[in-house]
Design a protein around this ligand. Structure first.
Ligand code: SAJ
Length: 432
């Protein structure tokens, strides 16, 4: 199919999803306007730079900005396709907050015209795309909205969740299958035509509500499965078993595939999205809620267990390895490692040394604690106690002879060759 690159695309929200998406669409030849409320983000993008760390994103943005295919603004302009990729946080009481999505709809409504396509990509509770449609119907009574009355609609509205893994965003944006839910089948077809121009994965159409739920289900599925691994690890701690060994052996069964335990579940997706389902049906979402609770409780378990190791060796400096929510990225959102390390810093003050190759300065959670950021070599030189919180490659590559005498609590199972007498196990606790 020839590219319809005469069309102008506006991407509202230039975050972890919006910016890579905008840059990829621009690389396909479309003229793309990235819209963000932050003038810092807008200025950064217009200068060909990026404000987030993601593999290969800097070169891509630099290229499309210099060719004039991507520019950024705080103001939305007339376009043919509007793609909304703004955050949907949960509030204190675990209710989803769709106000940024509705703000984006309000922002684009004055420039909306017949034949435009509006696509929501933000993770959303079921029914949000219809709410966007209802808001636009209210703001633009001159345009016929889809699913309202029998007449053909003037604009198309669809929901198409992103599914990309941080660290692999650009590859997965192109290659992953997409699920495209239209308010009507015609909306889905229009959105499909757009995605086919830059997505290589299969694009499957459905209705908007099913697509919204699909996204939430994917992340809840993973949360439930990680909760199983985390629950096993707490049980294994009590029984003084090596949980990684047990999982490795159990996974030899042809129909068993247990995930890996860690200090908890972080990131802005898996630790958040299941609450959207719980909120929409609290009575029936029992397993999904419990999984969230199990994964959150793992953070407290790790903190308590690390404290027991630290209390056994009074006064010794403690190296906490990693603050990011997972390996090899600079994203600290909802990070269990950051939560454990900051609690340790509040309890043990300047004894706590943080090693995080992806941080230039300590996050504000450590303000006033006396904890400091050091590199891995200084930690090996100066710290007898280690709490491994993130499985960054640089930590994995520390050879045994450099850490054989360290007391280690390894929440990620990357240093399983550590001598038993210095691992934070029941045997260690008896020895000290
Ligand atoms: N984790 C474990 N054990 C595991 C796997 C992960 O403890 O075996 C932890 C990680 O350390 C991290 C958290 O879970 O703290 C989440 O990491 P992740 O790599 O599983 O996922 P995210 O949050 O980076 O990305 C997820 C992906 N969803 C699924 O795999 C179903 C991604 O495809 C989504 O696009 C993304 O959420 C999103 O934006 O929703």
């Amino acid at each position: 199919m020839p590219l319809d690159t005469e069309k102008k695309v506006s991407v509202i929200g230039l975050g972890y999803i919006g910016l890579p998406t905008a840059a990829l669409i621009a690389r396909s030849g479309f003229k793309v306007l990235g819209v963000d409320v932050s003038s810092h983000v807008v200025d950064t993008v217009n200068s060909g730079k990026v404000h987030i760390e993601e593999v290969d994103l800097d070169g891509l943005v630099q290229g499309v900005v210099s060719r004039g295919n991507l520019r950024a603004s705080t103001q939305v302009e007339e376009s043919d396709v509007f793609l909304i990729a703004v955050p949907t946080p949960v509030s204190e009481d675990r209710a989803p907050d769709i106000s940024y999505i509705l703000d984006a709809a309000r922002m684009l409504s004055p420039v909306l015209k017949a034949d435009d396509v509006i696509i929501l990509e933000s993770t959303s509770p079921v029914g949000t795309t219809e709410k966007v449609r209802d808001l636009l119907a209210q703001l633009r009574p001159d345009l016929k909205m889809p699913g309202k009355g029998a007449a053909a609609a003037d604009v198309a509205i669809a929901y198409c969740p992103e599914r990309v893994l941080p660290g692999r965003i650009l590859v997965e944006l192109i290659n992953n299958d997409r699920c495209i839910g239209g308010i009507t089948p015609r909306c889905a077809r229009k959105a499909l035509t757009f995605y086919r121009q830059f997505v290589r994965g299969e694009c499957i159409t459905t209705n908007a509500r099913a697509a919204e739920m699909t996204k939430l289900v994917e992340n809840s599925y993973r949360d439930v499965n990680i909760a199983f691994a985390n629950e096993l690890s707490v049980i294994a701690d009590g029984l003084d078993l090596d949980v990684w060994e047990v999982i490795r052996l159990a996974n030899r069964h042809p129909r068993v595939n247990i995930l890996q335990p860690g200090p908890g579940v972080g990131g802005h997706c898996i630790a958040v999205d299941p609450w959207f389902i719980v909120h929409s049906d609290p009575e029936n979402a029992r397993l999904i809620r419990t999984a969230r609770e199990v994964n959150d409780a793992k953070i407290d378990h790790v903190f308590e267990r690390a404290s027991r190791m630290i209390d056994a060796i009074p006064g010794a400096p403690i190296a906490c390895l990693g603050l990011a929510f997972k390996a090899n990225i600079d994203d600290f959102r909802e990070s269990p490692a950051l939560k454990v390390a900051s609690q340790l810093a509040r309890r043990y003050g300047n004894r706590v040394k943080l090693v995080e190759p992806y941080a230039e300065a300590l996050p504000m959670e450590f303000a006033g604690t006396g904890a400091e950021l050091i590199d891995i070599d200084s930690a090996i030189e100066s710290c007898p106690l280690f709490v491994v919180l993130v499985d960054h490659d640089v930590f994995k590559s520390v050879p045994l002879d450099e850490r054989a005498d360290k007391h280690v609590y390894d929440t990620r199972g990357i240093w399983r060759d550590q001598p038993a007498q210095v691992q934070n196990t029941a045997a260690f606790r008896v020895a000290v």
